[in-house]
Design a protein around this ligand. Structure first.
Ligand code: T4K
Length: 413
């Protein structure tokens, strides 16, 4: 295949083609081969033998999907674990976002952030809704509540903020604005599994929240997602919507979609739940180590963790600022050369993609903070099987690249 321009989001796929082959032992659960690549994340994979009894049960029952017993159990277990009233499982987070917008009957324009994974805005386009991009706050990378009101028009029906990197948005201020203008609030909580603030799950704010359980997330079901909602009636509507709109065998009440999670995913979720607390503790240890080691490095800023919040440490973003001797993209390349695949989440801004850049709210002078952060952010590897030794060596690499300006063919052994 010709090696022409490969978009940023495809780089890992290229890595995948060359570096991640079907493996005899699960590297995700047992670490990496010395000198092998270090990715921005690796999925939490419990020991395979623990999963086999679940598979046997599925084989015996012959029940593969359509709200089967594991699906039912996972919905209950997750609602209890996360401290939310109702939760509906989905095949992935994107379908959950598309369905959540349908559930709330949102139309017209929706205020959202350009600093996110592109699925956030794509879900709006799939519902023929116009995204209205509003700049982010420099300290937190989240939708800036100070700028929301100025973007409201007679066509605005909702706000779609993102708990970026799992850090809670300013939920009270956003709700006050929504109440004042009669808007719905849908949170993209793809990164916010297990995050709480103000004494409750962050998923309890707004009208609905959407989770992603993609392989790269703190909690995964290979692919997967969920909508969290406050009452049984809304859950029922969501359940209809994700199952073609069927209310019973012969009644279709809405133009629903197929968004169902299957039994293998749900069973894996149940198993994963047994390991999630230990996994988050390991992530916390890595997060703290990075912070301690990077604190004195000029030009490298770690995003502060908000106080009074229970975190999941799913990402470790740093900002490569002007004082650092080389540019962010150079550091990204030096690290890549050394086998460390940090990622520029989120670059480019969503508003720069072709299907968005014609919107008036996508104009670059309206989004200066998002633009600055997007061109300086680098997410460092963080996952439960990353050793502290590897963290130390990643930091040495950052320090070394900063001192010499450029590193030769350094490999992390
Ligand atoms: N909203 C927000 C705010 C989101 O961040 C996302 C997803 C969504 C909505 C949509 O939710 P889903 O529909 O995905 O449930 C990844 C994920 O694919 C995506 O889920 C995620 N956000 C986004 C931030 O990151 P890529 O294109 O960067 O992933 P990829 O394949 O390059 O993987 C990154 C690294 O992870 C690889 O270098 C190695 C490792 N990896 C990945 C996979 C898939 C593994 O070790 N094993 C794996 O199976 O988008």
């Amino acid at each position: 295949m010709a090696t022409k321009h490969i978009p940023e989001h495809m780089h890992a796929r290229r890595e995948t083609n060359t570096d991640i082959r079907p493996m005899r032992r699960p590297v995700g659960s047992k670490g990496r081969k010395a000198g092998g690549p270090i990715y921005v994340t690796r999925p939490l994979l419990p020991p395979l033998e623990e999963f086999l009894p679940y598979l046997e049960e599925i084989w015996e029952s012959g029940w593969l999907t359509n709200a089967g017993p594991f699906h039912q159990k996972l919905e209950e277990a997750l609602a209890a674990h996360l401290g939310v009233k109702h939760l509906s499982l989905f095949a992935n987070g994107t379908i959950a976002l598309v369905t959540a917008l349908q559930c709330l009957r949102i139309t017209g324009q929706v205020i959202t952030t350009p600093y996110s994974f592109v699925a956030t805005s794509h879900a709006l386009l799939w519902n023929s809704i116009e995204p209205v991009f509003v700049d982010i706050d420099a300290a937190t990378c989240k939708l800036d509540p100070d700028r929301i009101e100025a973007a409201i028009t007679p066509r605005t029906t909702a706000i779609l903020p993102v708990h970026c990197y799992g850090n809670p948005c300013e939920v009270d201020r956003i709700q006050r604005i929504a109440d004042t203008y009669g808007l719905k609030v849908l949170y993209d909580a793809a990164h916010a599994f297990g995050v709480s603030c103000k004494g409750t799950s962050v998923l309890n704010f707004g009208d609905l929240s959407v989770l992603s359980f993609h392989a790269t997330k703190a909690f995964n079901t290979f692919e997967g997602g969920a909508i969290v909602c406050p009452d049984a009636r809304t859950k029922q509507r969501i359940d209809y919507l994700k199952n073609f709109g069927f209310a019973d065998e012969v009644t279709v009440v809405a133009p629903g979609i197929n968004g169902k999670m299957n039994e293998i995913q749900a069973a894996f979720g149940l198993l994963q739940l047994q390991h999630i607390d230990a996994s988050i503790l390991k992530r916390r240890e890595i997060d703290h180590r990075y912070r301690a080691l990077l604190s004195g490095v000029e030009g490298i800023r770690c995003l502060a963790l908000p106080a009074d919040t229970t975190h999941n440490y799913s990402y470790f973003p740093i900002l490569v600022e002007r004082e650092y001797p080389i540019a962010r993209d150079e550091l990204y390349r030096v690290m890549k050369q050394a086998g460390v695949f940090a990622r520029r989440y989120f670059f480019p801004l969503i508003s720069d993609f072709p299907m968005y850049r014609g919107l008036s709210s996508a104009a670059s002078d309206l989004l200066p903070t998002a633009r600055r952060i997007s061109s300086s952010v680098l997410c460092l590897p963080i996952y439960p099987t990353l050793s502290l030794d590897e963290v130390d060596r990643i930091v040495d690499l950052i320090k070394g690249a900063g001192v010499s300006g450029i590193l030769g063919d350094v490999r992390l052994e």
